[in-house]
Design a protein around this ligand. Structure first.
Ligand SMILES: Nc1ncnc2c1ncn2[C@@H]1O[C@H](COP(=O)(O)OP(=O)(O)OP(=O)(O)O)[C@@H](O)[C@H]1O
Ligand SMILES: [Mg+2]
Length: 409
């Protein structure tokens, strides 16, 4: 069988760096053929605080992914997060240039360029300009206006921006690790690509990726992004609290959280006891599981209510019938769906990145939502670029034929 083209996604998280290698077939299906997963160093709350250590973690993850996939990795798509990420919706309008009023790819490019013109402070840079819909002479909900007839082309876009220094520092780490960044992709956007169904995105849905240091939020409506933001809080906050509450080192608290953690004390009993070693390792305490749940529950509740407040501030007019989809490592906490259903008063489910094939037993975990989403985004972009170059060669052939006729007569 012919080999598909290779795509690579790099997710530099606050707790782990994941490099995913995929193969995309002609029909756009993604098969994961390798990954590298290492604990991250030098990243706090989604932002680089130490270039050397971050670059080293990226290098290690790349090496592992190369070994597993047997493919050399030179670059790929990079996920972006951090609390400085913000977004806005913007509109722009242009007159159709062609005298016969047929909309061309150049008109679309011009209107998208016009939509990029937003007043931004000098320390911010644009990450995405995502067209939500095109409007041709007042006719709404057009996804691809090229070839249509009209005089006035409008676009509604979602623009995502981030702090320039934070982005440049992450790019510097990638450069040091020998990873050439093809495109930046917002983490929450990627996670949404990986775990949401198209019907949910159409109805209105929020993906909440609760990682180690950040909680990334993306609201999708009518099939595309409507709102995005990043909160500087995640599972590490729960671990620290557990370490203090149980008087145990952070690595113990992390293990206890993953193995015995639960957000609903009512689901545990006083008689379920686990052993916890003290800081320094001299003593061993016996702690009821209920007590662990009593420490975890308010922290998870706090994260969820911050998300809720953030969503209330957006002014989104819809009802979100698609509900809330929780992903990221912290979504694995037992009982979180029940707690979130109560908090949001909406349907809540867990999001697993299931629409890829290949190494599914490992990568179909919420921890890989962003990584898998980066591959899916990369595959989509490949498809778009192939279509654009096809259109381009078709157009240049038509121009050549027109010129040939002109020369003849
Ligand atoms: N089974 C589990 N139960 C509870 N928490 C878990 C479980 N497995 C992982 N976690 C938590 O998930 C977090 C890591 O998730 P993830 O890998 O999505 O984060 P990240 O991408 O490194 O960080 P971020 O996206 O915040 O920058 C850690 O805080 C970890 O403790
Ligand atoms: Mg993450």
């Amino acid at each position: 069988m012919a080999r598909g083209s290779t795509i690579v996604g790099l997710d530099v998280g606050s707790t782990k760096v994941a490099v995913l290698v995929g193969e995309v077939s002609e029909d756009g299906q993604v098969q994961v053929i390798g990954f590298g997963l290492v604990p991250s160093a030098g990243i706090r709350k989604g932002t680089v605080i130490d270039i050397e250590s971050t670059a080293r973690s990226i290098e290690e993850a790349i090496e592992k992914a190369e070994q597993m996939s047997g493919r050399p990795i030179e670059g790929g798509f990079l996920g972006i997060s951090g609390p400085t990420v913000s977004s806005l919706n913007n509109r722009a309008v242009v007159a159709v240039a062609n005298p016969d009023k047929e909309i061309t790819a150049e008109d679309v490019e011009r209107v998208l360029q016009a939509a990029r013109v937003v007043p931004l402070p000098p320390d911010r840079q644009i990450i995405h300009v995502i067209p939500r819909q095109f409007i041709v002479d007042g006719n709404e909900n057009i996804l691809d206006p090229v070839g249509m007839v009209g005089t006035r082309l409008e676009v509604e876009t979602h623009i995502v921006t981030g702090n320039q220094a934070a982005i440049q520092n992450l790019l510097k780490c990638c450069e040091r690790a020998g990873f050439r960044v093809q495109e930046l992709v917002l983490n929450a956007y990627a996670s949404g690509e990986a775990v949401l169904f198209p019907a949910e995105k159409e109805l209105g849905v929020v993906v909440v990726d609760i990682g180690g240091g950040t909680t990334d939020i993306a609201l999708f409506d009518q099939g595309s992004l409507w709102y995005t933001s990043v909160l500087p809080i995640g599972g590490s906050y729960i671990t620290s609290d557990l370490a203090v509450g149980l008087r145990t080192p952070l690595n113990n608290a992390e293990e206890i959280k993953k193995e015995h953690g639960c957000t609903l004390p009512a689901l545990t009993s006083e008689s379920e006891i686990i052993e916890v070693s003290s800081v320094g390792g001299k003593d061993v305490y016996r702690v009821p599981k209920k007590m662990i749940a009593e420490i975890i529950q308010p922290r998870v509740q706090e994260i969820l209510s911050l998300v809720k407040n953030q969503l209330e501030k957006t002014g989104y007019p819809g009802l979100l019938p698609g509900g809330i989809v929780l992903t990221g490592g912290t979504a694995l906490t037992q009982g979180i769906v029940e707690l979130a259903t109560e908090e949001f008063q909406k349907p809540v489910r867990l999001g697993f990145p299931e629409s890829v094939s290949g190494l599914t037993d490992v990568v179909q975990s919420p921890i890989f939502a962003t990584g898998v989403g980066l591959l899916m985004y990369a595959a989509k972009r490949r498809g778009q670029m192939a279509k654009e170059s096809e259109n381009f060669s078709w157009r240049s052939m038509m121009t050549r034929i027109k010129n040939w006729f002109k020369d003849l007569f």
